[in-house]
Design a protein around this ligand. Structure first.
Ligand code: NI
Length: 178
């Protein structure tokens, strides 16, 4: 298990489409577990393989209430419903947050690490994270969903006051999707 290097904007691999996984073999499982370690290390709620420089359709997600990380292979959003504005960040675009439209709820399917088909309906942060990570596999960044330039802003870092700084880090972690 290992924390992998993160690819950051504007690296071209973030703009490429990842390829379907044909065989969930040891190398894919190792990649997924290293991605989980990397997601934990950077305090994200999700991570896509493009972000560690690998063009394979693998994502990992862990909601604050999840006891175990979720590993999804060849994930697909099969239905989207509604629109809501959300605050979003990306580990590959450090230092910024934006307000973008995401679906109210989605239907999602993928294979898990045992090659079993998983189907689920998701709303709230899980829907947001799944849309964000599947976007990554298609070469799309949350920046592409910004409707106006003003909706992208630098993360404010408090200076001098330690308490304010830790509060601001917590607030940032909540919206840094991955
Ligand atoms: Ni991201």
């Amino acid at each position: 298990m290992a924390v992998l290097d993160l690819v950051t904007f504007p690296n071209a691999i973030l703009r490429e489409r990842a390829r379907r996984v044909r065989n969930i073999d040891k190398s894919i499982l190792r990649l997924a577990h290293d991605m989980v370690d990397t997601m934990h290390h950077y305090s994200g709620v999700g991570l896509a393989a493009n972000q560690v420089g690998v063009l394979k359709r693998v994502i990992v997600v862990q909601m604050p209430d999840d006891e175990e990380p979720r590993i999804y292979i060849n994930p697909e959003i099969v239905h989207r419903e509604g629109e809501r504005m959300v605050e979003e960040g990306c580990l590959s675009v450090p230092g910024y947050l934006g307000t973008i439209p995401r679906s109210v709820w989605i239907k999602f399917r993928a294979l898990d690490s045992t090659s079993k088909l998983v189907r689920l309906k998701a709303d709230d942060l899980l829907a947001q994270a799944l849309e964000h990570e599947v976007d990554h596999l298609n070469g799309i960044l949350y920046l592409d969903h910004l409707q106006e330039h003003e909706e992208l802003r630098p993360v404010e870092t408090a200076s001098g006051n330690e308490e304010a700084q830790s509060e601001s880090e917590e607030a940032t972690a909540e919206v840094h999707v991955g």
